[in-house]
Write a protein that binds this ligand. Structure first.
Ligand code: C2E
Ligand code: MG
Ligand code: MG
Length: 456
């Protein structure tokens, strides 16, 4: 988790706040509220079309915008910021404060969950025709995407000041470890790491049978320890790798480590499939499945032990090419899995038209399972759909025991998540599998398992 960037009462004056507003009187009202708080670095952006220019000229800390039925362009701020900053968006983006009218005016005293600063009372449905619930949900989505965003249903200067303080009391990236703004690795660093393998390693996160607890598969995840900056999370590394066109190098590095582990397991008479993440560009490389099959054969490994997970980090531009690549992999006996279903671009259309044999439900949806009945219904429907399409389902991001139990009740058989096993170093992973194989005691905290790992 990042350190919290706190902004004390007197520090508001150091902020640069940009008001995104095309209506001159309304912009003037917001400016006067902000000036009354001692903020002097102010600018006005008349619309999203001017935002990029403004952001490239000055360092903006906060974007303040009013949402009204006639003018709700401000809702598109996260998308516009993503376009402007690209992969570094969550680190560089200004914080966002969405303002809307609601009566009676509530105090800004409550912070909703997930880093969304929001006035949760009163629960009037409308902020001048905008649903408060919808606006709060929009802000939550923005936060889940790595933005720091808040909603406020008051134009009272004190409430605005409190909201700005609350925005700056939030960690820069919700629930994800990210380096601080000045700690972003350079493209050269990424190139060197991939060319030399220095600082790169692969960890393994087991996937469990949710009924028995046995480890039935695993996912390989890359880790990069930068020589000066320390651990750089994949959420920063992968977009840079893709942007640099180095996805094949990364895949090749991870695949090599995975084959070593599969060979070690084989020598211990253990066999579980291991997944490697791959972008659509990797999959669509000419001759991809043939080369992979050749490599497996040279390692003395059956193809079914390697599973390819299609990640959602690059949108699918050529569905025909992807379909051909997936079919070629399946024909050679490799497993093919659709990662992060339920978020981003992993869609029903892909499930319907592509020959996946596994779908992984995104962790964000799974984490809502305990608290949101809608998440439960979506997951139950996904499970039913997968059954009809003859696909297995892996629930990702299982963080609580209650979530695991709920998933099991819903009929989900396989899961991955911190409450089951964290991603682990190769040696720990091998030891865990060996211990499970040797132990007659059922793996904890699950119910009795008949044999921890399948023997060959
Ligand atoms: P993913 O493929 O969906 O991988 C699962 C991510 O969820 C991993 O994050 C894992 O550490 C994390 N995770 C597992 N259980 C839990 C849990 O209970 N709670 C939470 N909050 N997180 C959990 P990681 O390793 O940071 O990777 C993030 C993403 O980066 C991956 O998402 C994948 O899309 C990409 N990635 C990671 N390694 C590779 C790689 O070798 N190649 C490619 N192309 N992408 C990779
Ligand atoms: Mg994955
Ligand atoms: Mg995933």
């Amino acid at each position: 988790m990042n350190s919290i960037v706190a902004c004390g009462p007197r520090e508001l004056e150091h902020l640069h706040v940009a008001v995104v507003e095309s209506d001159i009187p309304r912009a003037a009202r917001l400016l006067s509220i902000l000036r009354s708080l001692g903020i002097h670095h102010l600018s006005v952006v008349s619309g999203l079309q001017d935002l990029s220019l403004q952001l490239s000229q000055i360092q903006v800390d906060v974007l303040v915008t009013e949402i009204r039925p006639a003018s709700n362009d401000g809702l598109m701020l996260p998308s516009a910021l993503k376009m402007h900053y690209g992969s570094a968006c969550s680190l560089q983006s200004p914080r966002i404060l969405w303002l809307a009218e609601a009566e009676p005016l509530p105090p800004f005293s409550e912070l909703a969950e997930h880093n969304v600063a929001s006035c949760s009372t009163p629960r009037t449905n409308r902020g001048e025709g905008i649903s408060i619930k919808a606006l709060d949900a929009h802000a939550q989505l923005a936060c889940a995407a790595g933005f720091i965003a808040a909603t406020l249903y008051s134009f009272n200067a004190k409430a605005v000041g409190d909201a700005l303080h609350a925005l700056f009391a939030m960690p820069k990236i919700a629930n994800r470890s990210q380096p601080a703004r000045n700690d972003v690795p350079s493209e050269d660093d990424v190139i060197i790491a991939l060319a030399t393998g220095e600082g790169l390693r692969v960890v393994f996160q087991p996937q469990h049978d949710l009924r028995t607890g046995e480890i039935v598969a695993a996912e390989a995840l890359v880790r990069w320890c930068h020589p000066e900056l320390g651990d750089i999370p994949p959420v920063v590394l992968i977009p840079m790798v893709n942007k640099l066109g180095l996805h094949l190098l990364l895949f090749s590095f991870v695949k090599a480590r995975v084959l070593e582990v599969l060979c070690s397991l084989q020598s211990m008479h253990l066999q579980i499939p291991i997944s490697v993440n791959a972008s659509v560009d990797t999959l669509c490389t000419a001759g991809f499945s043939a080369r992979l099959a050749d490599r497996m054969m040279r390692s003395g490994l059956p193809n079914h032990l390697l599973k390819i997970e299609l990640t959602e980090d690059i949108p699918v531009m050529d569905e025909l090419c992807l379909s051909a690549a997936l079919n070629a992999l399946k024909a050679r006996g490799f497993g093919v899995s659709l990662d992060d279903f339920g978020s981003g671009s992993a869609t029903l259309r892909q499930i319907a038209s592509m020959p996946f044999d596994e779908v992984k439900i995104d962790g964000a949806l799974i984490r809502d399972l305990d608290t949101k009945s809608t998440a439960r219904r979506v997951i139950a429907t996904t499970l039913a759909l997968a059954r009809r399409l003859n696909m297995t389902v892996v629930a990702e991001g299982i963080e609580t025991e209650s979530c695991r139990i709920l998933l099991r009740r819903l009929g989900c058989t396989n899961g991955q998540g911190f409450v089951l096993s964290r991603p682990m170093e190769v040696s720990d992973f091998l030891s865990k599998l060996t211990a499970e194989k040797q132990s007659s005691v059922p793996p904890q905290p699950f119910s009795p398992a008949p044999g921890a790992v399948r023997d060959i």
